[in-house]
Design a protein around this ligand. Structure first.
Ligand SMILES: Cc1cc2nc3c(=O)[nH]c(=O)nc-3n(C[C@H](O)[C@H](O)[C@H](O)COP(=O)(O)O)c2cc1C
Length: 324
């Protein structure tokens, strides 16, 4: 997710879950190939498994970008066919590609020929006045034939005019049933569902109904512990206890100190961790201490420890106020 799932966010999410597949923000193929912005591929070895999401539509350029991504160590190359923003439309990529399945198929084939890691696609069920019932199966058939083995479907249309990117994530209605039927129709395609899924219970239901995967975006960002910390046990069947949120905060300290020692700022990491205690006593104190202080000059790991301490004190004070 642009501006959200940067490398700091992904390292933090990896502390919570070892098994979940993490995705980068979208990186455009022109930026990598024409612009030489190879720093956009920077990531930390502990992020694995991690997929690089590319934006673009030119097959040769995407193939080269995919090659660069594989060389940089990514475990999967994903093509964005779902982002509706104006900037992205003008570059002919993102959701507008739902209207150009042959272009997507050509790109997938070229990327497949260029790399040995899986090439996957994230798409919508259609755009604008398209009929998803015909457009989505046709789109999936073409990209599967081109060699795409895994697809993530955001189960709503995108409106390319008239809705902001944010509105395009909420207003077009979700059609989970259509995505579930696609799994029946394309049984050999690894199909993940996305859009509005906010709990592990909901994810479990989709998996039990036959979907191969569930992608969770906003809920995982805003309530990372709730979604990620139990995923290894509940979704991936690992015999592990979830890490306590306090321990997750402490586990980030070496990374934070290294980031600061390399010239980075505390808030660049902490902004992704504000939701760590979401829904738990003291969450507001944690958020407040960090939001108010993490941008100050010299802020470092000591502030994280202070935020933990103040949060505990706030919790204790709240308990002390409960009438006997
Ligand atoms: C801030 C933000 C940035 C996003 N950036 C991307 C992106 O770069 N690529 C992409 O495929 N989807 C992007 N999305 C869409 C999400 O991946 C996801 O499809 C959408 O939010 C619906 O899933 P959710 O309800 O689980 O959040 C973004 C969403 C948000 C909120």
């Amino acid at each position: 997710m642009m501006d959200w799932t940067d490398r700091h966010c992904r390292v933090f999410h990896r502390v919570l879950s070892k098994e979940t597949l993490l995705y980068t923000e979208m990186v455009t193929a022109p930026a990598l190939v024409r612009g030489g912005a190879l720093h956009l591929l920077d990531h930390d070895p502990r992020e694995h498994p991690v997929a690089l999401q590319l934006g673009g539509s030119d097959a040769a350029e995407l193939a080269e970008a995919a090659r660069l991504g594989e060389e940089a160590g990514y475990d999967e190359i994903n093509l964005n066919c779902g982002c509706p923003s104006d900037r992205v439309q003008s570059g002919t990529f993102g959701a507008v590609l739902m209207t150009a399945p042959d272009t997507v198929a050509r790109a997938v084939r070229a990327m497949r020929d260029a790399v040995s890691v899986p090439v996957t696609v994230k798409c919508r069920i259609g755009v604008d006045d398209q009929d998803p019932e015909t457009v989505l199966p046709d789109f999936l058939a073409r990209i599967r034939y081109a060699g795409c083995e895994r697809v993530i479907v955001h189960a709503r249309k995108a409106w390319l005019q008239g809705l902001s990117p944010k509105e395009n994530r909420d207003i077009p209605p979700l059609d989970y049933d259509l995505v579930a039927r696609m799994k029946t129709a394309f049984s050999d395609l690894h199909l993940s569902i996305n859009g509005g899924i906010e709990t592990l219970e909901a994810a479990e239901r989709f998996l039990a109904a036959g979907l191969d995967g569930v992608m969770i975006g906003r809920a995982a960002y805003h309530r990372p512990w709730d979604i990620l910390a139990e995923a290894d046990r509940r979704i991936f069947g690992q015999d592990v206890e979830p890490i306590a949120p306090e321990d997750a905060a402490r586990a980030m300290l070496p990374y934070i100190e290294a980031h600061i020692a390399a010239g980075g700022k505390l808030h660049q990491v902490m902004r992704h961790m504000l939701g760590l205690f979401a829904g738990r006593p003291g969450a507001r104190t944690w958020r407040r201490v960090l939001s108010e202080n993490a941008t100050r000059p010299g802020a470092d790991g000591a502030l994280v420890l202070r935020a933990l301490e103040e949060m505990h004190l706030a919790r204790d004070a709240a308990w002390a106020c409960v009438p006997a």
